[in-house]
Design a protein around this ligand. Sequence first.
Ligand SMILES: *Cc1c(COP(=O)(O)O)cnc(C)c1O
Length: 379
Amino acid sequence: MKFNTKTIHGGQQHDPAYGAVMPPIYQTSTYAQTTPGGHKGFEYSRTHNPTRKALEDSFASIENGKFGLAFGSGLAAIDAVIKLLKPGDEVISTSDLYGGTYRIFTKIFEDFGIKFHFIGMENADKIEQYVNDKTKLIWVETPTNPMMNIIDIKAVAMISKKHNIVLAVDNTFATPYLQRPLDLGADIVMHSATKYMGGHSDVVMGALIVKDEKIAERLYFIQNASGAVCGPQDSFLVLRGIKTLHIRMQRHCENGEAIAKYLKNHPKIEKVYWPGFEDHPNHDIAAAQMDGFGGMISFITKGSDYDKAIKIVENLKIFTLAESLGGVESLAGHPASMTHASIPKEEREKTGVVDALIRLSVGIEDVDDLIADLDQAIG
Ligand SMILES: *Cc1c(COP(=O)(O)O)cnc(C)c1O
């Protein structure tokens, strides 16, 4: 089955009870048993729920994995991955990272005795100098948020395999429409399904997808034991969202490209961060490992500072000033004061998240309207 078919049919069956084409929202916590243990595969909804199961099978299918797991948020999914580790274990992570991921690593798991090394991975060779026999996990985000750096997943996977380290990739920005990390050698794919997977800014959810049965078993154990699951209604919404993932992503990419080019040619723009430009430092890797460049763009206007950047995002009318990304509607954000406020200023600026930076999540509206909106806001 090809991707555009998998988003609609992958892992799906018509409901056995009445043939419903969409899996019903099984709004139930428990399941009748005829005798203790005499059930139809479902006992309690923290452990399993048929609507969540349909979604988890869809996740597995579109990421070319074998096992999917759905969580109450992207961070709950990340939390489950780190619970594969023990005190004393070490993690090597990309330094340009979603703020909440940085926060859970440093403010929660460091207190449990896990050590994190945050490094730039644009040159994968740099990773090996941080590897020792305590290194158990490499955490990669690509494209990175919000600097749109690209990391070579295949090159990182060669290192992780050589040293027997688990490689996890946060694939939230690219989605499996553009990039399939398991095919490139990753062990775990993570998503904030809140973003493109759900796609309609109406649900908060996380996902993990794996191929290896042993890792999957441990993650299912953690999912049930820690209990950060999502409900059946949210599972239904994301499953419904995935059915249009391919056409939404196609339009996100088209609009993203048009806006990136518009900004690049604008006399008042200093810098545009978008991996589709040939002068992007890792454009070749992006072109090789991705099937398109997505709808996430960051930019800085000439001579800008905190106040000027705030003014631009406040002036936008069609782009909504809001946290999050990946919905059908265009959003604009100011990373330094919003998504990345939890990263200390000094750390933040080292990776390029300066006060003047603006991040766009380009939606699927008419691109002429979006460009006109940017035009009036930039002035
Ligand atoms: C939003 C986001 C997360 C966190 O996901 P939540 O669903 O908000 O918990 C993690 N990684 C990236 C890249 C994100 O954009």
